[in-house]
Write a protein that binds this ligand. Structure first.
Ligand code: UD1
Length: 439
């Protein structure tokens, strides 16, 4: 396996470039299945999740080619003859469950493995299934697979209110509804920029959708969609992560630039909290210039749906607040168990406690290097951030989690002055002393 080795104490200088959004790329790839032809997607990040989803599409019969250096992905969906998403791939990545909507939308039927649990809690898919039923699908469970069928090869359409609002369920229901026989309505729909960008692409493909970016989305089904060429949006979570990195490890009073992003997608709450730390921030077209203050002011946050503070930036914010002068609370109202990184950070000296959906962090912390374990994607980047400001050399194990969502993170950070590199290690090797004693 790979680990990242970070030696702390080097300031982050210059700039960091943001790549294409992972959480938009995946639904765009699913959307490509709806068109009988070849869809071309650009600004697609070369990430493990993209490779996994390309394989999911291939299982269904699509032909997928990915030019990684050009970040261009082409999906030829002329022959979709196997409407199934197998457990071996779905277990690697929950977003594979988008195949439910994509295959029902294209073929009128689907057999998709249920995703199962996740590192930070149960993460149910009940809303995806109830919504599909409300739109006219029959849903059965067979050996861990969801089997969806429609009376005459198409959904009828219908009305569904989701509670809570779900990004994944909104995407799945849109994938199914755009080719339904009748009209559909999704209430309390997700307003996240990823959903809006995906919905706009469906519209370019010929779908009839109203209300994107609001809580009520209405769809009038059409007979078929056309292939398109579309540029993916920048990754708002990578952008937010780099802004946090600049505040944490940048030089106070020295401007740092985060490039190639789209700052409106950060949402109002994140921007407000960044300003509350005492940072000076200038937002321009695709560049954010951020100047860290001498001391980070403690700034408590609570995650919420867009434009609230993103749950995917909560772990990184916790590391920043460990550096602040005082006590902060980090509340995750979306995933109340998403604090697996805290015990790892405690091994590096973090003074924190977790109760219910809230972590209380007492700063300032002088992080000390340690060997720590990634437990999920955003947790792993929070450990890298802590390593950047820790005294000594930190080994972050199991970086395959991080590779799901950050493209070439170590090269990007190296170019911005951070002492970081990747090494291979043997996860199951015993300490040398054990080997000596058992020889
Ligand atoms: C997406 C993002 C993930 C992000 C999350 C919240 C992708 C690939 N992943 O995940 O990075 O952390 O949004 O912004 O885009 N829920 C139910 N029943 C359901 C579905 C969801 O109760 O059927 C609940 C969840 O447990 C959670 C809340 O709804 O409490 C929001 O989850 P959801 O928006 O569905 O997250 P994902 O789409 O899985």
């Amino acid at each position: 396996m790979d680990k990242l080795v970070v030696t702390g104490g080097q300031p982050l200088t210059g700039s960091l470039p943001v790549g294409g959004s992972k959480n938009t790329a995946l639904p765009l790839m699913a959307a490509a299945l709806l068109a009988d032809g070849t869809t071309t997607l650009t600004n697609i990040p070369a990430l493990r999740d993209v490779y996994t989803f390309a394989n999911v599409l291939r299982v269904s019969g699509a032909s997928v080619s990915f030019d990684e250096s050009a970040h261009q992905l082409r999906v030829d969906a002329r022959r979709i003859d196997h409407p199934e998403a197998p457990y071996d791939l779905v277990k690697k990545m929950r977003a594979s469950f988008y195949m439910l909507g994509a295959l029902v939308g294209r073929c009128g039927q689907a057999r998709v493995s249920l995703p199962g649990g996740c590192a930070w809690g149960p993460r149910p898919v009940d809303l995806h299934l109830e919504g599909m039923k409300a739109f006219g699908a029959s849903i059965e469970l067979d050996q861990g697979y969801v089997v969806a069928s429609t009376p005459n090869g198409r959904l009828q359409g219908g009305s569904f209110r989701m509670e809570p609002s779900s990004v994944g369920a909104t995407i799945n229901l849109l994938l199914g509804a755009v080719t339904a026989q009748g009209g559909s309505r999704i209430e309390n729909a997700a307003q996240e920029p990823d959903v809006v960008a995906f919905g706009e692409t469906l519209k370019q493909m010929g779908a009839q959708i109203d209300g994107l970016g609001t809580r009520t989305i209405e769809v009038q089904g059409v007979d078929a969609l056309e292939p398109v060429s579309v540029r993916n949006t920048p990754d708002r979570i990578e952008m937010g992560t780099f802004m946090v990195a600049a505040l944490l490890a940048g030089e106070p009073g020295v401007p740092f630039r985060v490039k190639n992003g789209h700052h409106p997608h950060l949402g109002a709450a994140f921007k407000k909290h960044v300003a509350d730390t005492g940072a000076t921030v200038v937002y321009e077209d695709d560049v954010v210039t951020i100047t860290p203050p001498d001391r980070i002011r403690p700034t408590s946050i609570a995650t919420a749906t867009y434009p609230g503070f993103p749950t995917d930036l909560q772990a990184q914010w916790g590391v920043l607040m460990a550096h602040a002068d005082g006590t902060t609370r980090i509340t995750d109202t979306i995933y109340d168990d998403r604090f697996k990184h805290i015990p790892e950070l405690q091994r590096m000296g973090l003074d924190a406690s977790v109760k219910g959906d809230t972590a209380t962090i007492h700063g300032p912390t002088d992080f000390k290097a340690a060997t720590v374990m990634s437990t999920d994607l955003r947790a792993s980047v929070s450990l890298v951030l802590a390593g950047m400001v820790a005294e000594g050399t930190t080994d972050v194990l199991r970086v395959y989690h991080l590779d799901r969502g950050y493209e070439n993170l170590e090269q990007k950070l190296q170019q911005a002055g951070i002492d970081i590199h990747r090494e291979q290690y043997d996860e199951f090797s015993e300490p040398e002393r054990v080997a000596e004693r058992t020889a």
